[in-house]
Structure formats: structure tokens, C-alpha cells
Design a protein around this ligand. Sequence first.
Ligand code: SF4
Ligand code: SF4
Length: 337
Amino acid sequence: MQYVRLGKTGLNVSPVAFGGIPIQRGTAEDTKAIVDKMEELGMNYIDTARGYTVSEEYLGAALQGRRERFILATKSMVRDCSGMKKEVDVSLEKLRTDYIDLYQIHNIKTADFEQVFGEEGAYKALLEARHEGKIGHIGITAHSIDDLKTILSEHADQIETIMFPFNLVEIQGEAALKEAKAKDIGTIAMKPLAGGNLEDWRLALRFVALSGTCDISIPGMGDVEEVEKNASVCCDLSPLTEEERTEIERLRKELGNQFCRRCGYCAPCTVGIDIPTNFVFANYLRKYGLADWAKDRYASLKVNASDCIQCGVCEERCPYDLPIMDMLKKVEEDFAR
Ligand code: SF4
Ligand code: SF4
């Protein structure tokens, strides 16, 4: 494994690293098997979050007796100082460790900056945690390009890493992430597979690794096979071929920018619609020749796109500003045909 330096943190990490969302769907034993495989292959960076239900807990159990062989990153949505102090302690307890390498302020928005970086904000708690030796470095994660630009212009000196969506169909952060790199901030590609919309994982991960934009990417992994596949990309960093470039252009035309990344931030829906699942089934209906299977699955949903009351709550929560109500109308129409 060839390791890369994660900006001014100085941490040496695998260019393709572990994203800890999918392990919530499995068991603690599944996570242990995943961590076994990561250790074997040298994938040494683990990203999780307070918000990923059992993810920290499963990882804490799996890391027993080998914590020092991994670089551990987690994050919290809490914005105030006392709340963030508690979050760091809970993360330490769940992860069964006395030290977290990187603690990130999760999904920060411009509207939060005053509180987060203010006198009694979450940033102060992280500075204290770093001083006490509970954490090593401080980072942020964001989803909107405007928020990323504001962070860079107002708080670049205060943070050591930035995590932002970056993949072959979402390159809106390219210039800002390169600016961050130039300031020696570690750059981490969130959603390198576009929330599961890019099926050619090798091409998607090679694109990010070769882009010169992000130091590392953190695809979510839910089983040992995914760890093996993703780790193999680290041994295949020859320049993109002409065929790969043509395929990237084709995918950009096919997906556009208005697609659901399955992040789940829009939940809960007022009437209980599982919004990303409706989009997944519609994708299968439209693109992959699995129309009958998709119709069956859609019909089995207790509430579906046709139950939307257009309240707009979900659109306020979607970090990608998707026109969810219009998109659900389209889903309803497609399944009604
Ligand atoms: S607009 Fe529709 S999908 Fe969104 S929260 Fe309201 S009911 Fe649910
Ligand atoms: S609709 Fe938006 S918030 Fe909801 S899962 Fe998709 S990308 Fe995430």
C-alpha cells in the first residue's frame, strides 16, 4: 500500500479509506471481519460518525487489541461547546479508545459558523479535547460549495481537514478543494461513488485518486469483498486511459447533477415516505432493465411517492438542494405508466 499525507495533519493514510456508514446494516461480527481484511491489506484509515447509529460501537469492538494500527476519524453534528465535549467523550467510549486521530464538525453550514467558532462553540470544545490529548486533529465536513468557500475564506487556519462530496459527476468542489490543498489542509472525498449511483467503482475511485483534488476518498463499505475491491484500486494508479475518459463523459451526461446521494438527511418525511428508496426503485425502473422487479418493490412500500403532501420539509433538509417534491412526482408518473 502506498500511503499519502493528509495535509497538515501529517497523518500517512491509504488513498482509499474506509467509510463507516454501511456497517450499520450488518452485525458487530461483520465489522470485525471487515477490519481484519483492512488490516491485512493495509487500509489504515477509518471514518465514522456519532450519527451513524451503531457504527462507532461496532468499530470500537472490532478495534480491540489493534487500535494503534489504524487512524480513526469520527464527527458530530453538535454545535455548542458543552454538547461537543460530551460527544467527544461518548465517541471515545463507543470506540473503546483514549484517543481519536481526527474529530470533525459534521455537515457544517454558513449559518452555523458564528455559533461553532464563537466563544461557547463546538470548536472550543475540540481545541480543549486536543489540548487534553483526547483528539489529534480538527476537521469539518460540508456539502454546499458556498459553505466550503466561506470556510476557506474565514476559518482555513483553524481546521486541518475538509471532507466534501467529490466524484466524477460532482466536481463543483474542485477549485475550492485545490485551494484547500494549497493551504495544506487535508482533503477527503465524500461520496466518491456518488451515493451508490456509480456502479463502476474502479473507475470512480481511480478518478478521485488521480484528480489531484482530494488526498483520500472514503467509500462506504459493508462487507469484506468491498474492502478487497476498493483496496485494489490503490495498486492501480496509472493515468486514466482514453476509454476511461470517454466513459466519464458518458456518465456525466447520463446522471447530470440532480440525483439522490442516499445520504438520508431529508428524513423523516412528514408522511413516512422513504425518499431515497423511492428514487432507487425508479432508477431500476428506468435504467437497468429491472422494471418488473422495481414495480414489485415499489408496490410493496406502505407509503410511496404518490403519498407526498408537498409540505416541503424534506427539501429544506437536503444538502444538495434537490427538488425532491418534483422528483417524487416524476417517480409517481413513471410507476403509473
Ligand atoms: S414534501 Fe413530500 S416527501 Fe417531502 S417531507 Fe413532505 S410529504 Fe414527505
Ligand atoms: S433526497 Fe437529498 S437528503 Fe434525501 S437522501 Fe437524497 S440526497 Fe440525501
